[in-house]
Design a protein around this ligand. Structure first.
Ligand code: PMV
Length: 308
């Protein structure tokens, strides 16, 4: 048995926004993703009873449970773990909260088992956790929650960090929650019924990512906004937009945003809007009459150990 090196530990991980490429990333197309400054903190204690506990209740069918169990299996720790989850990331609205919780839970378990965060192990463990709630997770959410910053993610090639010219993004929460797995299945159904069109959409998405990278280089915010709308139209076509999303986008554009699109799985959840700094106040104000709005910083720090 591996000796226990910590009785208690804490770590935190960021939420994320997918700037471009959600859903198509499941089909091995590239996506651009950024960590945001909303975080989840998970505290963990070694516990005399076996299993994974949330407070004093066993936690079943939860991504954190699977992620922690995976860490315990791989490190050989023969102990139960009790967790306390403190999240600032709204759940089920596309900001990656389940991935961040799994990552921070696995990291705290890694600290208890090994006395350090084994980041590779945490990434694998959190992906196992995600499989419980997402039909076929691409791995983008767990990867960005560990690495932080911004980057391009592709299933078969992993993550490469990039510098993006965007510091902040306005997030509109439509208030409608939904399940990622259901939205992923909806896209799969579309792809099966419309094979040829889906393959054209995937090719267009890949081209679009290259156009975005060029627009990032030339700091062409109007172009970036335009490409957000192109991406949105592809997402709408595959069936993951909703009335709330379309309404939020219209409000943002009418108030002067460069562009807007859904982020994450869609079907409700959040919309991101690119807005010039001097129009931020006006745009947020006119949207906040109808929806909750957050101004969030991008390229936030990834997984880290916290004091407990
Ligand atoms: O809505 P979220 O935070 O669960 O984002 C899911 C991103 C998808 O591309 C829709 C699915 C995936 O596994 O990549």
């Amino acid at each position: 048995m591996v000796p226990l090196t910590m009785e208690k530990a804490a770590s935190s991980a960021p939420g994320k926004v997918i700037l471009f490429g959600e859903h198509f990333v499941v089909y091995d197309k590239p996506a651009i993703v950024s960590a945001i400054n909303l975080r989840v903190r998970v505290e963990a204690w070694r516990y005399e009873k076996p299993g994974v506990w949330l407070g004093y209740r066993t936690l079943v069918d939860h991504p954190s449970t699977r992620a922690v169990e995976y860490v315990l299996e791989k490190t050989g720790l023969m102990s139960g773990i009790r967790l306390k989850i403190l999240s600032k990331i709204p759940a089920s609205v596309g900001l990656g909260s389940s991935a961040s919780v799994s990552v921070a839970s696995a990291a705290s378990a890694s600290l208890i088992s090994l006395g350090r965060i084994d980041r590779e192990l945490v990434e694998k463990a959190a992906l196992e956790g995600e499989k419980i709630v997402h039909v076929n997770p691409s791995g983008i959410d767990t990867t960005i929650a560990v690495r932080g910053g911004s980057g391009i993610y592709r299933r078969s090639r992993g993550f490469s960090s990039i510098d993006i010219p965007l510091k902040k993004i306005l997030i509109i929460d439509t208030g409608k929650t939904r399940r990622t797995g259901e939205m992923v299945s909806r896209v799969r159904e579309f792809s099966e019924k419309n094979k040829e069109r889906f393959s054209e959409i995937l090719s267009r998405e890949e081209e679009l990512i290259n156009e975005v990278l060029d627009a990032f280089k030339s700091l062409d915010f109007e172009k970036i906004g335009e490409l957000m709308l192109v991406n949105q139209s592809l997402l709408k076509e595959v069936g993951v937009s909703s009335n709330e999303i379309e309404e939020a986008i219209k409000l943002a554009l009418d108030a002067g945003a460069y562009g807007a699109k859904l982020t994450g799985a869609g079907g409700g959840g959040c919309v991101i809007c690119l807005v010039d700094e001097d129009k931020l106040e006006k745009v947020s104000k006119s949207i906040s009459n109808k929806f909750k709005v957050y101004l969030t910083e991008l390229s936030a720090e990834g997984l880290r150990e916290e004091k407990i």
